[in-house]
Write a protein that binds this ligand. Structure first.
Ligand code: ATP
Length: 305
């Protein structure tokens, strides 16, 4: 079931084209990472999915319907980039207020405060909350009503590393329960394990869309193989250079080799079977490296190179 579908969407603000010919879909139980530079069009895409904007051209469907219908809106949870609350209310009161607005059961309030780690502060006023605590409250607000589609705009801003890990674990649980999640973020480091696919936007257009293995294959960025505790590392180093690999000797028994996808498995097999290393580590291109690659390609296009 498609939770979200954008078909050839164009969004104009006056004469300015903020989104052009964007087509993408998100399935139930899928986490899509939506990445792009400042002004790329991520928030505009979110607003279209939320039904806050109507596309200038093309179609936006959420659960097969217009996002402007009440039934669809009730299935969407949204954490905006800059979340604002009444400072005088407590976290508990804030969430009850949002629960009423969303017609969500009030019984969810305590469970959600607990889920985002705010139980201890639920009766303190929001004005005393740290940035991370406000962000957690925003997340609890987005989860009211058990939405089937969750839109998270920069959810990790203000969260410490433990809270970031907890947020990703929560996203994982929601995905397993069938919730579709669109995660919009500038923080790419560590996001790989928690998204099913990535969409990379630049200048209002979709520049890349796919799973990480698919994007890695498309881009052809090499993997880094590190072998350690290999008895004849010097000989291996010499031979690998002769064979045309980029390889570095790190100490007496360790090697770092750059291997492109076609050669990677073959080389690993050889190293493991004949090099007899104590340990092997393979590092594939990260989301950050992929992103950088697409952005550099875009900048070359913009410069007319
Ligand atoms: N209401 C508006 N009126 C005019 N232009 C707008 C409006 N909202 C957004 N834009 C423009 O549309 C483009 C896309 O903006 P958008 O907020 O979608 O980008 P973004 O990818 O979310 O950026 P950021 O990462 O900085 O939040 C930008 O050039 C922005 O200036």
């Amino acid at each position: 079931m498609k939770a979200v579908e954008l078909a050839q969407v164009r969004q104009c603000y006056g004469d300015f084209i903020a989104l052009d010919n964007v087509s993408l879909s998100v399935q139930a139980g899928e986490v899509l990472g939506l990445f792009g530079h400042n002004g790329a069009g991520k928030t505009t895409s979110m607003k279209l999915i939320l039904g806050l904007l109507q596309p200038s051209q093309g179609q936006v469907r959420v659960f097969g319907d217009s996002p402007r219908t009440v039934q669809v809106r009730q299935q969407i949870g949204y954490l905006p980039e800059n979340v604002a609350f009444y400072p005088q209310l407590t976290g508990f009161e804030t969430l009850r207020h949002f629960a009423r607005l969303k017609s969500a059961p009030l019984s969810q309030v305590e469970t959600l405060l607990d889920q985002v780690g705010l139980q201890h502060a639920s009766h303190k006023r929001v004005k005393t909350y740290s940035k991370g605590m406000r962000q957690r409250l925003g997340l609890a607000q987005a989860l009211l009503g058990k939405p089937q589609l969750l839109l998270l705009d920069e959810p990790t801003v203000g969260l410490d590393p433990i809270a970031t890990g907890e947020l990703y674990a929560l996203i994982q649980r929601l995905r397993e329960a069938g919730t579709a999640v669109i995660l919009c973020s500038h923080v790419l480091s560590g996001v790989e394990a928690f998204i099913d696919r990535a969409a990379i936007m630049a200048g209002g257009q979709l520049r890349a869309l796919g799973s990480l293995p698919a994007l890695r294959a498309e881009v052809g960025l090499p993997s880094l193989i590190r072998v350690s505790g290999m008895p004849q590392a010097h000989e291996w180093h010499r031979q690998l250079l002769l064979d045309g690999y980029q390889a570095r000797l790190l100490g007496e028994q360790n090697l770092e080799i750059t291997a492109h996808n076609g050669a990677k498995q073959q080389l690993l097999k050889l190293l493991l079977e004949q090099g007899l290393p104590q340990d092997v580590e393979v590092r594939q291109a990260s989301m950050e490296e992929l992103y950088r690659h697409y952005m550099q390609a875009q900048s070359r296009i913009d410069k007319g190179a």
